[in-house]
Design a protein around this ligand. Structure first.
Ligand code: PMT
Length: 399
């Protein structure tokens, strides 16, 4: 998952809930994401978690009381101007109600109302409080003022009751903040991505496949989603799962992947084929397990449909078609040939025999191949960062 929180200035507001302990973990996660964090507590939150905890972890002064000794009168305005992002986690019913109705009786609220940064509240309260019509009305008011609401989760509540109301886990909050803060150059665009391997069954226990993990394709899909695209992922058999919520079609064979792509390609603006599709499948599938009676076994194979080529033949002129090329030699030559033969707008070349590159690794090193432009090598980086760079080049092609 590409990290957009690095070097962002984050105000972490904490209101008075039993779940306030989770905000200490959130603070640590934000720091690990290289965000700069300052903390503001409501006076009642300070009864749950002493400010000293936040002070020691954040290495920053913690703000709690408007009348705190040593504060100057406009401290809340300076804090508000400093922030790129303001998250209140946990946000209690009391704080939520004050936010929605302009009540400004503590340092956290004064800073909130003075702040024009991106604003988020992560809710925590008892289920009945959450479903109370006044709470729901207040949530609508906040949404209308462009505040992002991180809904509470289901589970055991402080009262012992099971229901909706738990503060989301810090890891979930971090993921959502990363999504919210990401730029959105792909807003309004539909992007289809294929990822992972395919499996071509020989009999009920054996198949032909390859070493694709799905990491590169999922990194592209997650990042496209963070950049605002409406994503459709056609995913081959892999245990890897997306980090964000978008449409996923799980397929096994090349035939199934071809069908899923053909059913979905028409409305797409961008098609990125990252899957390692098996080029061949067994001529015949055996319903029963083939016995190992012979010292040698010859398997007849037939070609699978070439999805990239098929799309190249039917795509609309304004649709962008991006393919990958996985090579071991003559990379530029082979990738350029694929670019032309398959009528693609870009081929992303990577090598199966480079260290920390290609199949299953967390990093990749790619070269972008386009018509009439010299090949563009990108540095070896984590697949999510490579995905971000590739998508930025695609955004340029759109403009
Ligand atoms: O999944 P990971 O472990 O993260 O690994 C990532 C990756 C190495 C699989 C990925 O970066 C990559 O290179 N994917 C393409 C692999 C491949 O099949 O390359 P190719 O050169 O054989 O195919 C060229 C293009 O045609 C690819 O866009 C492929 O998706 C497409 N193709 C291939 C065969 C086929 N029958 N239909 C296709 O659409």
């Amino acid at each position: 998952m590409k990290n957009f929180l690095a070097h962002k200035k984050v105000l972490l507001g904490v209101s008075a809930s039993i779940s306030a302990y989770k905000s200490l973990f959130l603070l640590r996660l934000l720091q690990q994401a290289e965000a700069e964090v300052k903390v503001i507590l409501t006076p009642h939150a300070a009864k749950f978690i002493p400010p000293l905890n936040f002070e020691l972890l954040s290495h920053q002064k913690v703000y709690c009381d408007l009348w705190q000794e040593g504060n100057y009168w406009s401290e809340h305005v300076h804090l508000a101007n400093w922030a790129d992002l303001f998250i209140i986690a946990p946000c209690t019913l009391n704080t939520l109600s004050k936010l929605a109705n302009g009540i400004c009786d503590n340092a956290l609220l004064a800073t909130w109302f003075a702040c024009n940064a991106t604003k988020v509240v992560a809710l925590a309260m008892e289920e009945n409080m959450y479903f109370n019509p006044i709470t729901q009305r207040n949530l609508e008011i906040l949404k209308a003022t462009s505040t992002y609401i991180l809904e509470p989760e289901d589970g055991e509540l402080a009262s012992g009751k099971i229901g909706k109301g738990r503060l989301a886990e810090p890891e979930t909050i971090l993921k959502k903040l990363n999504y919210i803060i990401a730029p959105k150059p792909l807003q309004g665009k539909k992007v289809l991505i294929t990822a992972g391997p395919t499996q071509e069954s020989i009999d009920p226990v054996r198949f032909i496949s390859n070493h694709s993990s799905g990491k590169m394709g999922i990194a592209l899909a997650d990042t496209a989603c963070m950049l605002g695209a409406e994503v459709t992922l056609i995913l081959g058999p892999t245990p890897m799962r997306p980090n964000y919520s978008y449409k996923v079609y799980s397929v096994v064979s090349a035939e199934q992947m071809y069908k899923a792509v053909m059913e979905n390609y028409i409305e797409q603006d961008i098609l990125i084929l990252c899957a390692a599709v098996a080029d061949y499948k067994p001529l015949k599938y055996s319903e029963n397990k083939i016995k190992k009676n012979h010292s040698q076994w010859e398997l007849s194979l037939v070609k699978n449909p070439d999805i990239l080529k098929a799309l190249g033949a039917i795509k609309r002129p304004e649709q962008l078609l991006i393919g990958f090329a996985l090579e071991t030699e003559k990379g530029i030559e082979n990738a350029t040939q694929k670019l032309i033969e398959k009528n693609a707008d870009m081929i992303i070349l990577n090598y199966a025999n480079y260290p920390n590159s290609g199949f299953s690794t967390d990093t990749n090193e790619v070269i972008l191949i386009q018509k009439n432009i010299p090949p563009t090598p990108l540095p070896q980086e984590k697949k999510e960062n490579v995905a971000y760079q590739i998508l930025n080049y695609i955004v340029d092609l759109l403009n």
